[in-house]
Design a protein around this ligand. Structure first.
Ligand code: UD2
Ligand code: MN
Length: 561
């Protein structure tokens, strides 16, 4: 794309303010670029490196408003932090959104995206018999073009007779102008759209609950504010729910890259999983399950949380969400555990594809300490739903004792009323793959070097894992499981001797037994112990029980100090 300057005096370093007119933006968006040597050419032609993953042609016109150097205009919605890169237009906006807002602004709101459905998905559905759905989108400080593209993709790719409303809940966004801009943009799009705003920041759970209350359709579907629904996304979800109203179904989530908004098909046959810290992760669906054809529904122990469809009545009947969950985190576990434990099921539908911008970090404020907010949410969920296994969660995260979970009695009541299975049942029947801490576990948690604040740590996570010491933090790489059958493991891998007296992590085999003796870890059948070298490296050296350098295992849930 190129733009022509009406001034002949532009030079390197000047800031060029311009209005960006993209398809379907009802008014131009003001942007700035700083001229670099490459761009301030004789003819004043700017070469602009833009990104367009669209297969559809669309025009972007830069109409030049002014050419000045100086402060950004007051209408600039971006924070004042400077993010310009010489020679590149793609100043991004990562601090505010954790995605490249400029790239999004340049792409048509109605772009076409690759049809990523596996073969055999394009069957037609009898839409007359399917329930109608309302889509609920909650957001806090999302970029207008990103949110609008989410809405456009729903309107463009849903059969009108199946779409009741699109309910957009602004969770008290603080970015100037966002609300008025949106009201204007959304109003003329469709009369199915309902925009509402919370009077204070509620967090995504209460914002969703508010959205759900405004819905009157049989089915509700939640989406994040940075999604794109793909062709035929809606019918397979509704058809599955029509067959069984006690299911929670999610589309198969493709990836929209945060750097350039490229839409990418995700690897096939993944489902949700988690570890003892209740951290969600994608796992292969073919482990411990009958391999299915690519288009078959995938049963999942847990959903990632943002994108799912559910009968409105069923959502209510299982107690929707715990309204005490704040800002972000935990609600996907609450919904997943109780769905399974109280008689329902969770499925991912590969024929329904929706792209989502996976962000490397959450850009918004948490009002309180972020880790505490998330831990409190997870603590509430664990305390209500995980029975005796809640202790394992507490041990794994080093739950601060002072953390007040608030009143959980209404949720305990709910669980009683629903007459649900135990968490033990869930683990045995739905997620037996969870690295099990059971009767075999002797110690779980950090392995701390006696007298220091250094802990055993898996220091490299590429092909070459090796074990060393680093300051104790209790994170994933410092969490080990010592079992009565003498395994010292992390997740599904075991610690074993490597080259040069070093230790590595690899597939568990019989010859890697450890004996925990007088606080020392000795390799079974040998006189070699885990030993710290300069409180930094870890080697397998002859045991010397008088040596202070030998490593002492700290007990479950013991904090570094
Ligand atoms: C994942 C889920 C997300 C949610 C979260 C756990 C997917 C793709 N995403 O995180 O939906 O389940 O895990 O809680 O499965 N928002 C508000 N108010 C807030 C904070 C966020 O409305 O105070 C909005 C936000 O603008 C977005 C949605 O909630 O539309 C989810 O937030 P996110 O995208 O930051 O979370 P994500 O995708 O990392
Ligand atoms: Mn998201």
């Amino acid at each position: 794309h190129s733009a022509e300057s009406n001034s002949s005096s532009s030079q390197e370093g000047d800031v060029l303010k311009f209005a960006l007119n993209a398809n379907n933006l009802s008014r131009p968006v003001l942007r700035e670029i700083r001229l670099s040597a490459a761009s301030s050419t004789r003819s004043n032609q700017l070469s602009v490196s833009g990104t367009s993953s669209s297969q559809q042609s669309h025009s972007i016109t830069y109409s030049l408003v002014n050419l000045t150097s100086g402060e950004p205009s007051s209408r600039e919605r971006r924070p004042d932090k400077k993010k310009y890169q010489q020679g590149s237009l793609l100043f991004d906006g990562f601090e505010l959104y954790s995605y490249n807002v400029t790239a999004s602004d340049m792409i048509s709101l109605d772009r076409s995206i690759p049809d990523t459905r596996p073969e055999g998905c394009s069957q037609s559905y009898d839409t007359k018999q399917l329930p109608k759905a309302s889509v609920i989108i909650c957001f806090h400080n999302e970029a207008v073009s990103v949110l609008l593209r989410t809405v456009h993709s729903i309107l463009d790719r849903s059969p009108a007779e199946l779409l009741d409303k699109i309910i957009v809940v602004d969770d008290n966004s603080t970015i100037e102008d966002l609300q008025s801009h949106l009201v204007e943009e959304l109003a003329h799009l469709s009369n199915k759209i309902l925009l509402t705003r919370t009077s204070k920041r509620e967090g995504l759970v209460r914002a969703r609950l508010l959205g759900a209350e405004l819905a009157t359709s049989d089915v509700i579907i939640f989406l994040d504010a940075h999604c794109e629904c793909n062709v035929g996304w809606l019918e397979p979800l509704l058809s599955r729910l029509y067959e069984n109203p006690q299911k929670v179904v999610t589309p198969y989530i493709d990836t929209i890259k945060a750097e350039n908004f490229q839409y990418k098909k995700s690897p096939e046959r993944l489902r949700g999983g988690f570890n003892w810290r209740l951290e969600f992760g994608w796992r292969s669906a073919n482990v411990g399950a009958k391999p299915g054809s690519e288009k078959d529904a995938i049963i999942t122990p847990v959903i990632s949380g943002g994108l799912f469809a559910i009968w409105r009545d069923y959502f209510k009947s299982i107690g929707s969400y715990d309204p005490e969950l704040d800002i972000w985190g935990g609600e996907n576990f609450e919904l997943s555990f109780k769905t399974w434990m109280c008689g329902g099921s969770l499925e991912i539908i590969p024929c329904s594809r929706v792209g989502h911008v996976f962000r490397a970090s959450l850009p918004y404020s948490f009002s309180k300490d972020r880790e505490e907010v998330v831990l409190r949410n997870l603590g509430r969920v664990a305390s209500v739903w995980m029975d005796e296994y809640a202790d394992t969660f507490y041990a794994a995260v080093n739950m601060p004792e002072k953390l007040d979970l608030g009143d959980i009695s209404p949720r305990i009541q709910l669980r009683k009323k629903l007459k649900c299975h135990s968490f033990d049942w869930y683990l045995k029947n739905i997620f037996p793959q969870l690295d099990s801490i059971n009767q075999e576990t002797l110690h779980y948690g950090m392995v701390r070097n006696q007298g220091s604040l250094m802990c055993l740590d898996v220091l490299s996570s590429t092909s070459d894992f090796y074990i060393g010491l680093s300051p104790c933090h209790g994170g994933k790489n410092q969490t080990f499981n010592l079992t009565s059958n003498k395994r010292l493991s992390q997740a599904e891998a075991c610690i074993k001797p490597g080259i040069n007296k070093q230790l590595t992590l690899s597939v568990c085999k019989n010859n890697m037994s450890w004996v925990y003796q007088n606080g020392f870890l000795r390799l079974d059948q040998t006189e070699l112990c885990l030993t710290s070298v300069d409180n930094e490296a870890v080697q397998l050296l002859p045991c010397d029980f008088s040596l202070e350098t030998n490593i002492v295992v700290s007990k479950v849930n013991q904090s570094p100090d």
